[in-house]
Design a protein around this ligand. Structure first.
Ligand code: 13P
Ligand code: SF4
Length: 309
């Protein structure tokens, strides 16, 4: 059944010169048709590079919006419009202005998990994989960071001379992971390495052997000599790791670490997206132009860091 729809999607992709970008929290069946699967940074880099005419984004709304901002002349499709990011929706432009007014004159970093409007009034954006380098690049004793307080405070904990003042946003999925969950899992699997996403609570991150983005976690697990890993992020990462490294064991810290918004898209939705060219994501030109500066600046700093590494 799946193989028929997979073939049809591939045919449509070719006919329409489309590319499919998928976040690694997606249902795994999506990987069968995706051209690129990865974390937010990788997907925005791929969106910035593609010469396809249509971009289908199997991810959440802000990711498709970012792809559109980077590609104003291309058609960007989000197969299910319900797929928003709860964290991104925690701050709007008025709330951003209020936050900035309380701390005037400070450079402002927004997590890519934010709306295009919010990006228009921030200096630079970041993803979980480059947040540390982005904040460092500002060379400032104090910075504002939004919306994720946990990622912002994790960055601060990695720096000696920078105060990171954070907005109180968070990811409800990652906050379901409690320090006691890690302690119990370590008792059960004493030899396992704990790998955590920086959106987790600070007390959870403190118990981890490694903290990084979804791709960072996957890379660490691939390169490590350990055989067992306790994974403190969304289930999609565990599913992919278990598929790619069957000789190792990956334990999802808790059954319910699932982002409901990421899981909306099915193969059928991807097919419908391509067939009917739905649902098109547009960003008003004045908003897109300003938000693009904030994203371009991040891509530039990331490129410099990758060249140096
Ligand atoms: P990554 O940047 O690690 O892909 O994370 C995106 C995200 O939304 C995590 O919840
Ligand atoms: Fe947003 Fe959390 Fe889902 Fe990531 S896991 S997309 S931060 S709600």
């Amino acid at each position: 059944m799946n193989s028929k729809i997979i073939d049809e999607i591939k045919k449509l992709k070719k006919e329409k010169n489309a590319v499919i970008l998928a976040h690694c929290y997606q249902n795994m069946e999506i990987d069968e048709v995706a051209d690129f699967v990865g974390d937010s940074l990788y997907l925005s880099q791929m969106a910035a590079k593609t010469d396809a005419e249509i971009i289908v984004f199997a991810g959440v709304y802000f990711m498709a919006q970012t792809a559109k901002i980077l590609n104003p002349d291309k058609k960007v499709l989000l197969p299910r419009l319900e797929s928003g990011c709860l964290m991104a929706d925690m701050i709007n432009l008025d709330q951003l202005r209020e936050f900035k007014a309380k701390h005037p004159g400070l450079p402002t970093v927004c997590y890519i998990n934010s709306t295009a409007e919010v990006k228009t009034e921030c200096d630079i954006c970041c993803t979980s994989s480059n947040a540390l380098n982005i904040v460092k690049s500002l060379n400032a004793p104090k910075v504002l960071f939004l919306p994720d307080t946990y990622l912002g405070k994790w960055v601060e904990s990695q720096l000696e001379n920078t105060e990171v003042i954070t907005y109180l946003g968070y990811c409800p999925t990652h906050l379901r992971i409690k320090p006691q969950d890690i302690i119990s899992a370590k008792e059960k699997y004493p030899d396992a390495k704990v790998l955590a996403h920086p959106e987790c609570h600070a007390e959870v991150v403190k118990l981890a052997d490694y903290t990084g983005s979804t791709t960072g976690i996957m890379k660490y697990a691939a390169e490590s000599d350990s055989k067992t890993f306790i994974i403190a992020t969304e289930k999609g990462v565990v599913d992919r790791l278990q598929r790619d490294y069957p000789q190792k064991e990956f334990i999802l810290i808790k059954d319910n670490i699932i982002c409901p918004n990421m899981k909306w898209h099915t193969l059928e939705d991807i097919y419908n997206a391509l067939e009917h060219e739905q649902y098109e994501i547009n960003v008003a030109q004045n908003v897109a132009l300003k938000a693009k500066k904030c994203i371009d600046r991040m891509l530039e700093v990331s490129k410099q860091c990758q060249t140096k590494a």
